[in-house]
Ligand binder design. Structure first.
Ligand SMILES: NC(=O)c1ccc[n+]([C@@H]2O[C@H](COP(=O)([O-])OP(=O)(O)OC[C@H]3O[C@@H](n4cnc5c(N)ncnc54)[C@H](O)[C@@H]3O)[C@@H](O)[C@H]2O)c1
Length: 335
């Protein structure tokens, strides 16, 4: 089976993985038996039909919408007849994205520069939705930065740590606190999709990028916490948590736009950042495919959205073993 086929039919394969702990395996098998066969990636035509039947004429807002996954989410929504408010912190990227969407004959969108770190900017994004389209049906809380891929927890300057956490964590919180109360007040069913990362689900396994991985762990936990809060008050807002793994986007060069506002940068990328950028863009899933997976999960009301279930399963299983091993090494305290 080719790579695309493997992605489309990965659901059942993962159940046969011998590295999985027997208890985890049994739980997965029980889920499949209880809920029917593993979910398959929908063909585009069927997905388009489902999105149209649920969301045609409705409104999506996306942060970090001028590039990569955010731009593909905007495109997917527009293609299925939705209106879109596309915001981003980089004005040049917004101009490029706007031109690109127009060249694809897509219409029904408006754009604005908004920095997710700034609550006033997030309020402007919401106002833009209200004034242009009168409602919000799906909010993609997506903007993010990779930070400095060649640095770790110990050598990342504090100002850079603050930038990463401010974007990937406080930015998400700003989005949630601005959009969720408004969407609840509307009184009809809506969705919020927080973009975290596969890196937020398992242990750090490289000597650099600790700040990024830490921020994405936080993004996972705060989205799970929001899910519990929304369920407790029987909210009309359905939360989703996107954990992509390797996606072909300009995440590395785009992040430098923001870092360059903190301090002067060398023109050349350092070798580790360059290598990471190449890995994303040579091995990565297309952002359009990620957008399809996200919209499928939204129409199916699934919370966790993982783009690479096989890799993710191996890594969370290895984390499980790591924790289990550490537990077995603890003195028995009687508690
Ligand atoms: N590409 C991957 O492999 C991958 C993997 C896991 C998670 N992610 C996450 O996916 C999300 C989208 O990233 P992408 O890969 O599409 O990269 P990208 O750089 O193409 O898109 C990110 C967008 O966010 C914008 N942005 C950054 N800081 C911002 C700010 N403060 N305010 C407003 N906009 C801001 C950028 O200008 C850019 O347009 C990010 O949260 C990223 O961490 C990406």
């Amino acid at each position: 089976m080719d790579e695309r086929g493997r992605r489309r039919h990965g659901g059942l394969n993962q159940l046969a993985c011998p590295a999985v702990h027997p208890l985890v395996h049994a739980a997965l098998v029980a889920c499949v038996l209880a809920f029917g066969s593993a979910i398959e990636v929908l063909p585009e035509v069927k997905l388009d039909g489902l999105i149209r039947s649920k969301f045609q004429g409705k409104v999506a807002a996306v942060t970090g919408g001028a590039s990569g996954i955010g731009l593909s989410l905007a495109r997917r929504c527009l293609r299925s007849g939705m209106k879109v408010v596309l915001s981003d912190g980089n004005p040049d990227l917004i101009d490029k994205a706007s031109l690109q969407l127009k060249q694809e004959n897509l219409e029904g969108f408006c754009t604005l520069r908004a920095d997710v770190r700034d609550p006033d900017d997030m309020a402007s994004v919401l106002r833009c939705c209200q004034e242009n389209f009168g409602r919000v049906d799906i909010f993609f809380n997506n903007a993010g930065v990779i930070g400095e891929p060649d640095k770790g927890v110990l050598d990342t300057p504090l100002e850079s740590w603050k930038w990463i956490l401010d974007t990937n964590v406080v930015g998400l919180i700003n989005g949630m606190q601005t959009f969720v109360p408004y969407m609840e007040k509307q009184g009809f069913e809506t969705h919020i999709v927080n973009t975290a990362s596969g890196a937020g689900l398992y242990s750090q396994h490289r000597a650099t990028m600790g700040p990024y991985v830490s921020s994405k762990h936080c993004a996972v936990v705060l989205t799970q916490a929001m899910k519990v809060e929304l369920a407790q008050r029987n909210s009309s807002v359905t939360p989703h948590l996107l954990c992509p793994s390797v996606v072909a986007t300009p995440l590395v060069p785009n992040s430098r736009f923001y870092l360059s506002n903190i301090r002067a940068l060398d023109n050349e990328l350092d070798p580790i950042s360059k290598q990471f950028d190449e890995r994303l863009n040579q091995d990565g899933m297309t952002p359009d495919m990620v957008a399809d997976l996200v919209l499928q999960a939204v129409v199916e009301d699934r919370f966790l959205i993982m783009t690479h279930p096989e890799i993710t399963e191996k890594r969370i299983t290895s984390r499980y073993h790591e924790l289990k091993q550490s537990l077995s090494e603890q003195p028995n305290t009687g508690y």
